[in-house]
Design a protein around this ligand. Structure first.
Ligand code: CA
Length: 545
């Protein structure tokens, strides 16, 4: 069963639903593939070395060779409505040299609807050896129906690198496992931790002789001063203390009152923030700040250019947004405003004294690949998958080809200048050659550190060192009927929560004890408890795998 939408739109809708409900807002806004293919440097040095370098020796083959003679496997790969497998990608040609396995793409490059193409392929009944996709639970359900090969035994017997990674990080294996207990899909595993962070105009703090806020009360004081004391010095009260480029960011303050914006996990129990009293307290405070002019009056309507407008017009003081692109404004505005300093700030402590960052980069993503149950080359295919998890395969997918994309300097792959300074961006330039394609592989954030702004790296180091991340809602696998029911429940609940929260914050309706009790009652009538029970069931199954 597929919705009649293209894959990318559906993915975005899913991502939005997940991010709204699970509280990790708007990763969709960061211009990276799937929002996962970026990260910080904490894991930068680690790799799979020592996890078993190659799987060929037992077969009397040397190095990474999967077969004695070259073998071509067919692959369906078309995702994000624009990326299809290219037979001439240098990185995959290099892999063919090393493994003797070359891939032959079956998806037409001219196609522009990945979801439709996947549906057609699946309906054709003639699957290529390898099928790639970027919606794992859709894929898994085809696996449960028999279209894809269960990989559990193949991994045990032929994929030492994948097996070792699963042993080292059991949560990855849990995520890989479908609702029937089998693994059908080896997914892309991003690296790094920091997603969004708080930023503040440090030059404004200096001008007003204020310290960087360390608590929610100090944050209020600073925002009030930004509003009242004309830090941009134009004689007008035109400052907007807090601004954002997504409307959900109005709720980014909830953490300060220990409230959750959506589904959350605490001590193995799943809860829903808006159904709890802390949400009332949080929204009441946000509404008060809004009334006092501390939050952009147009926060719900300003749209994706909000950050750009507020910074370029020299009116915005504080935001909570992705580190890389936000830090980038220091470079962008350096020429016209040399004093401009928009610097990362650790999350001010909540009312209970704890620092909390609500967002964190995903540990897993929904992109990956598996093997058709009709393939005559399952063992070769799993060995080929495993190659990408070897030290050499991992370096190849993360950094490309030595001498072409990078040089080894002091034992580290360092990208060549032409890629670091590529006009269309480093990631896009690399992907044109088949580097950083979201197959099943383990990313190494070193690849991104090399082209990250120094201020972004400073923020990443601050957040990682202070370890301020809240426990993230896991990416669960749902059976078909669970997913269908949850989609129905969530779309109604989410719309209602968003509408009411917006009315309260804008002051269009009063948020009183009575009105909140009525809101909770409506949520109950809309099936919030059934939603929690279905999520808990999926979570318990996830933990038992
Ligand atoms: Ca002013």
């Amino acid at each position: 069963m597929f919705r009649k939408r293209n894959g990318y739109t559906l993915l975005l809708v899913l991502a939005m639903t997940i991010s709204l409900l699970a509280g990790c807002a708007d990763s969709k806004n960061e211009p990276n593939n799937s929002g996962g293919n970026v990260e910080n440097g904490s894991n930068a040095g680690s790799n799979n070395a020592g996890n078993g370098g190659n799987n060929a020796e037992a077969d009397g083959l040397s190095g990474h060779l999967v077969t004695k003679d070259p073998l071509e496997l067919t692959i369906h790969m078309h995702f994000a409505d624009r990326v299809s497998y290219q037979d001439d990608w240098p990185v995959f040609q290099k892999a063919a040299e090393l493994t003797n396995i070359s891939l032959k793409g079956t998806a037409p490059s001219s196609a522009t609807n990945s979801q439709e193409l996947f549906n057609i392929t699946m309906a054709s009944g003639e699957l290529p050896d390898i099928v790639h996709f970027n919606m794992k639970d859709v894929y898994d359900n085809y696996g449960v129906e028999g279209a894809f090969e269960p990989l559990n035994d193949l991994i045990d017997e032929h994929a030492p690198n994948i097996k070792a990674l699963f042993e080292e990080r059991p949560e990855l294996k849990r995520y890989a496992t479908a609702s029937d207990g089998n693994i059908y899909y080896i997914n892309f595993i991003p690296d790094g931790q920091v997603a969004k962070g708080w930023f503040i105009r440090e030059d404004w703090l200096e001008k007003l002789q204020l310290e960087a806020p360390k608590t929610v009360d100090e944050l209020y004081t600073v925002m009030k001063a930004f509003r009242e004391q004309d830090p941009n010095g134009n004689g007008q009260k035109d400052e907007v203390p807090y601004f954002a480029r997504v409307k959900s960011a109005a709720l980014d303050f909830l953490v300060f009152w220990n409230a959750n914006r959506g589904l959350y996990l605490a001590d193995s129990k799943i809860g829903f923030g808006p159904y709890e009293d802390a949400y009332k307290t949080g929204v009441q405070n946000i509404a008060e700040w809004y009334k006092e002019g501390l939050i952009d009056p147009e926060i719900f309507t300003r749209g994706s250019k909000g950050r750009d407008i507020m910074l370029r017009e020299d009116r915005g003081g504080i935001t909570h947004d992705w580190l890389g692109s936000t830090a980038g404004y220091n470079d962008l505005l350096q020429g016209e405003r040399p004093d401009f300093a928009f610097m990362p700030l650790l999350p001010p402590a909540s009312i209970d004294g704890q620092m909390r960052e609500e967002t964190k980069r995903a540990e897993v993503t929904s992109s990956g690949w598996g093997i058709a149950s009709t393939s005559k080359h399952k063992v070769e295919a799993i060995k080929y998958f495993d190659f990408w998890f070897s030290e050499e395969g991992r370096r190849l997918m993360n950094f490309g080809i030595e001498g072409v994309h990078y040089d080894m300097i002091d034992g580290k792959p360092i990208f060549k200048e032409e890629y670091l300074n590529a006009e269309n961006g480093t990631l896009a330039a690399l992907q044109e050659d088949g580097v950083q394609i979201e197959i099943g592989f383990h990313q190494n954030f070193d690849y991104e550190r090399q082209w990250s702004n120094a201020i972004a790296l400073q923020g990443e180091d601050m957040y990682t060192k202070a370890n301020v991340f809240m426990e993230q809602y896991p990416t669960l696998s749902y059976a078909n009927e669970e997913r269908d029911r949850l989609t129905t429940l969530k779309s109604a609940i989410e719309t209602y929560v968003e509408e009411m929260s917006q009315k309260w914050i804008l002051g269009a309706e009063d948020l009183t004890d009575d009105s909140f009790a009525a809101f909770q009652k409506s949520l109950k009538n809309m099936g919030v408890e059934e939603m929690l029970q279905l999520e808990q069931q999926a979570y318990d199954r996830f933990m038992s795998q």
